[in-house]
Design a binder for this molecule. Structure first.
Ligand code: ADP
Length: 403
C-alpha cells in the first residue's frame, strides 16, 4: 500500500447481485456507489452513481453471465470516472461475508487458508457464503496484488457468553454439526451501538445498549459496554423478530407438523418460513409503508400483522432489559427503524416502568443524523441511529491494512 492509498472498495456479493461502494477513508466520503442485479440472467442491470464527479446515475442493461462479468463491468464504470481498480490510490477491497463461524472474530486479510475456512462454513450458511466466496474469488483474480479483507456479519456476536450462544440441545449433536446461535447483522450492531454511545457523549465501554435493526431482515442485540451479550438471530437469520418475510421465533414442532400433517417437503417448509412468513405471510405486504397505509384505511389483517410485529419487539426489549440489568439506550436502525415513526412509538408504548418513553414531536422528526426521540428526562435514551454497514466495512478494512 502506498502512502497515498486511502480508497477502499466495499463489495457485498449476493447470489445474483453485487452491491458496491468506493470510499475515500481520508474523509470517509463516497466516491461511487452502485448495484448489479440479476447476474446470470439475460436482463442483468448495472446502476452506477459516480458521486465523486457529481455525474448522473448511469444504467446498463444486458446479460452478465457471472460475478466475474459483473465485477468487470463495475470496474469499467469506475475507470470511466477516473476511479479504476488499477489506481494506486486503492488501498484494499473489503468484502462482506455473512458467516464467519466461531473462528473469525475480527476482520481478516484474505489468503488461500482464510478462503478455505470460509468455504468450510458453507454448510451452516448455504444461502450466503457461496455468493460471498464467488465475489472474493472474482476480486482476487482481478487484483491479486491488492489486500482483500473479509468483514463478517457474525464477528460482533462472537463475544456472546456460552449460555446465550448455546441451544439447549444434546451437546454432542450440536458440536458435531456446529449448531449454535451465531447472530447476524453484526456490522450494523457494532456500528450503531458505537454511534449511540457517541450520541450520549460516552465511550462505548460505559454504556449498555439495545439495538433494534429493523430492515426487511430484522434483529435485536444486547450490547454491554461495547460487547454483544445476546442477539436475536441464531444458527441462521430465521430466529428472533418478526421480519418482512421470515417468521422469527417459532415452536420448532411447527416444522414437524408441516411435514407430517401438511405433507410439505423440507424445501417447502424452508421457503414458507424464510420467504412467505413474517409480515408478508400475515398480511400480504412486507413494506411497512404499505402496511401503515392499509391500517389507516381500516384493514384488519394489516393491523394484526403490525400488532404481532410490535408484540415481538416488546418481548425482546423486556428480555434484553433483564439480560443487561441496566439499559442506557435503545437504538432503532435500518429501513423500518429509521423511517417508521409509528413502529418506534408502538414498540416503546407502555414501557415507562422500564424507563423507556418516546416524545411524539421528536419521534416525528425526519433526519439522516443520529437523534434522541425520548423526552429530556428519560431514564433510558431512545434514539434513531442510521446504520452504515458499508462505512463500517470500509473502516474495519482500512484500519487492518493501514495498521
Ligand atoms: P434490507 O434488510 O433489505 O437491507 P432495509 O434496511 O433497506 O432492508 O429496509 C427495508 C424496509 O424498510 C422496507 O421493506 C420497508 O418496510 C421499510 N421502509 C423503508 N422506508 C420506509 C418508510 N419511509 N417508512 C416506513 N418503512 C420504510
Amino acid at each position: 500500500m502506498t502512502a497515498t492509498a486511502t480508497r477502499v472498495l466495499v463489495l457485498n456479493s449476493g447470489s445474483s447481485s453485487l452491491k458496491y461502494q468506493l470510499l475515500d477513508m481520508h474523509d470517509a466520503s463516497r466516491l461511487a456507489v452502485g448495484l448489479v442485479e440479476r447476474i446470470g440472467e439475460e436482463t442483468s442491470r448495472l446502476v452506477h452513481t459516480p458521486l465523486a464527479t457529481g455525474g448522473a446515475k448511469r444504467e446498463t442493461e444486458g446479460a452478465m453471465a457471472d460475478h466475474d462479468a459483473a465485477l468487470k463491468a463495475v470496474a469499467a464504470e469506475l475507470a470511466a470516472d477516473g476511479l479504476g481498480l488499477d489506481s494506486p490510490q486503492l488501498a484494499a477491497i473489503g468484502h462482506r461475508v455473512v458467516h464467519g463461524g466461531l473462528k473469525f472474530t475480527a476482520p481478516t486479510v484474505i489468503d488461500d487458508a482464510v478462503l478455505t475456512e470460509i468455504e468450510r462454513l458453507v454448510p451452516v450458511a448455504p444461502l450466503h457464503n457461496p455468493a460471498n466466496i464467488t465475489g472474493i474469488r472474482t476480486a482476487r483474480a482481478l487484483r491479486p496484488d491488492l489486500p482483500q479483507v473479509a468483514v463478517f456479519d457474525t464477528a460482533f456476536h462472537t463475544t456472546m457468553p456460552e449460555y446465550a450462544a448455546r441451544y439447549a440441545i444434546d451437546v454432542a449433536t450440536a458440536d458435531a454439526h456446529r449448531i449454535r446461535r451465531y447472530g447476524f447483522h453484526g456490522t450494523s450492531h457494532a456500528y450503531v451501538s458505537r454511534k449511540t454511545a457517541a450520541l450520549l457523549g460516552k465511550d462505548p465501554s460505559e454504556v449498555n445498549v439495545i439495538v433494534l435493526h429493523l430492515g426487511n431482515g430484522a434483529s435485536a442485540s444486547a450490547v454491554a459496554g461495547g460487547r454483544c451479550v445476546d442477539t436475536s438471530m441464531g444458527l441462521t437469520p430465521l430466529e428472533g423478530l418478526v421480519m418482512g418475510t421470515r417468521s422469527g421465533d417459532i415452536d420448532p414442532a411447527v416444522t414437524f407438523h408441516l411435514k407430517r400433517v401438511a405433507g410439505m417437503s423440507e424445501d417447502e417448509v424452508d421457503e414458507l418460513l424464510n420467504k412467505k412468513s413474517g409480515l408478508i405471510g400475515l398480511c400480504g405486504d412486507n413494506d411497512m409503508r404499505e402496511i401503515r397505509r392499509r391500517i389507516d384505511e381500516g384493514d384488519d389483517r394489516a393491523k394484526l400483522a403490525f400488532d404481532i410485529y410490535i408484540h415481538r419487539l416488546k418481548k425482546y426489549l423486556g428480555a434484553y432489559t433483564a439480560v443487561l440489568g441496566r439499559v442506557d439506550a435503545v437504538a432503532f436502525t435500518a429501513g423500518v427503524g429509521e423511517n417508521a415513526a409509528p413502529v418506534r412509538e408502538a414498540a416503546i408504548a407502555g414501557l415507562a416502568e422500564m424507563g423507556m418513553s418516546v416524545d411524539a414531536d421528536r419521534n416525528a422528526v425526519r433526519s439522516d443524523e443520529p437523534r434522541l426521540i425520548s423526552p429530556e428526562d428519560s431514564r433510558v435514551a431512545v434514539a434513531v441511529v442510521p446504520t452504515d454497514e458499508e462505512l463500517e466495512i470500509a473502516q474495519q478494512t482500512y484500519a487492518l491494512v493501514s495498521a
